[in-house]
Design a protein around this ligand. Structure first.
Ligand SMILES: NC(=O)c1ccc[n+]([C@@H]2O[C@H](COP(=O)([O-])OP(=O)(O)OC[C@H]3O[C@@H](n4cnc5c(N)ncnc54)[C@H](OP(=O)(O)O)[C@@H]3O)[C@@H](O)[C@H]2O)c1
Length: 382
């Protein structure tokens, strides 16, 4: 039976796991705490993709600190793995170390590695599952989605005025949010596999979409690939994205078209762009679900940050392809009915037609507010 003590240790394990954000994907972030009689012996986490798993990291730290792990309890955010991957099974490390109780938060969804709990029990280890731990759940959510739906984890980010506008009626959006908020965006970009936008934003803003380590921002970890959704290949050869394609990996997702389209495709490929063809949706635009599935399957992109305008963001939201939203709310009001909202694409006369989101976090960033939302699937997908 899991207790309040278990929740306390699981909180520490989960926060430790978070330190590896951007370093372990597509694997889940995992944390582990070893304790005995209520005292923490060691904290470990899965630090880098392909290297030690959290349980082995915690056991190594425990021994390095001069403690014997025998007879201790392990709190792990994910059920210990029971199969060989880049690393040997964690269940064996726990058994060899003489751990007598294991509490895990989320069952291992990977059929090739599942069954760790049962294997531990068969060796006399007490095993409990601590359900309802939101952070532990979130740590492995992208991994579980990739396994079940073959879709990347999508976080949409936009900056808006108090009255909900992301650009003026003429498309001016530089800058709605403060320099401090923009520095955070560079940090987000350094923790994901790809930054995705629409050709509308490329034409309006000519963005670079790279992660820059600006004053005080943490060291850039992984270099996100840049992705543009551009059904007709209207991205100019003179755009900053195309001109820098030799330095930064860049993908344009498109739908097969006529001869002129084929010539543009050829020129973009020559300029170093990786052009990815997907089938069209009924409106003749790139089918967004197929686009994301292809980015995950064919280009191994498992976490995506969307920084797009209202048309692409609306398309992704309406297809239920966005998992989380980060909104930077700036202290500005445009009060212009033609200024651009964050998402468009349908008529929704009734509130009952709104999709539902859960507010997970609020943070003040200089003059702005950062709001984190996750899609609330309890109300059904739209
Ligand atoms: N404040 C902020 O955080 C922020 C962030 C980004 C952008 N913006 C602003 O947003 C404005 C641009 O907005 P936008 O709506 O024109 O551009 P967008 O949403 O970035 O791109 C829209 C384009 O994406 C393409 N697309 C391809 N497949 C699609 C699909 N299935 N569904 C929807 N679109 C698809 C369409 O062009 P094709 O049909 O030709 O492919 C469409 O015109 C700019 O003013 C920019 O400054 C603001």
């Amino acid at each position: 039976m899991a207790t309040d003590h278990d929740r306390f240790f699981m909180d520490i394990a989960a926060r430790s796991a978070l330190r590896a954000i951007g370093r372990v994907e597509p694997n889940p972030m995992v944390g582990c705490v070893l304790s005995r009689e209520g005292r923490i012996l060691a904290v470990g986490h899965h630090r880098v993709h392909g290297e030690l798993h959290a349980e082995r990291d915690a056991i190594a730290s425990c021994r390095a600190a001069g403690h014997d792990p025998r007879g201790s309890t392990a709190h792990v955010t994910l059920e210990p793995c029971n199969g060989v991957g880049n690393q040997p099974p964690c269940v064996e490390a726990l058994i060899e170390a003489g751990i007598t109780r294991v509490v895990y938060a989320v069952r291992d969804p990977n059929p090739a590695k599942a069954g760790g709990g049962d294997r531990l029990r068969s060796h006399g280890v007490i095993v409990d599952q601590l359900g309802g731990h939101p952070l532990a759940h979130r740590l492995s959510a992208p991994f579980r989605q990739l396994l079940s739906d073959e879709l990347p984890w999508v976080t949409a980010k936009w900056a808006q005025t108090i009255d909900g506008r992301i650009a003026t009626r003429d498309g001016e959006s530089k800058w709605i949010s403060s320099p401090a908020a923009r520095r955070r965006v560079h940090r987000f970009r350094s923790r994901i596999d790809a930054v995705l936008t629409g050709v509308g934003t490329v034409l309006a803003d000519n963005p670079m979409l790279t992660a820059r380590a600006e004053d005080g921002a943490r060291r850039v970890r992984r270099r996100a690939c840049r992705v543009v959704i551009d059904s007709r290949l209207s991205t100019p050869l003179s755009s900053a994205l195309v001109e820098s394609a030799g330095t930064y990996r860049t993908i344009i997702v498109t739908t097969p078209g006529d001869e002129a389209w084929a010539r543009r495709r050829e020129s973009l490929t020559r300029a170093g762009i990786d052009v990815l063809d997907v089938p069209p949706n009924p409106d003749g635009k790139a089918d967004l679900r197929q686009a994301l599935a292809a980015l995950a399957r064919q280009r191994e992109l498992s976490t995506i940050l969307v920084e797009a305008g209202p048309r692409l963001l609306g398309g992704l939201l309406l297809a239920s392809l966005v998992n989380e939203a980060i909104v930077h709310l700036a202290p500005m009001i445009l009060a212009d009915e033609h200024a651009r909202p964050c998402a468009t694409g349908r008529e929704a006369p009734l509130l009952s037609g709104a999709s539902r989101w859960r507010l997970d976090r609020v943070k003040r960033i200089g003059p702005d507010v950062e709001l984190w939302y996750s899609r609330d699937d309890r109300h059904g997908r739209q």
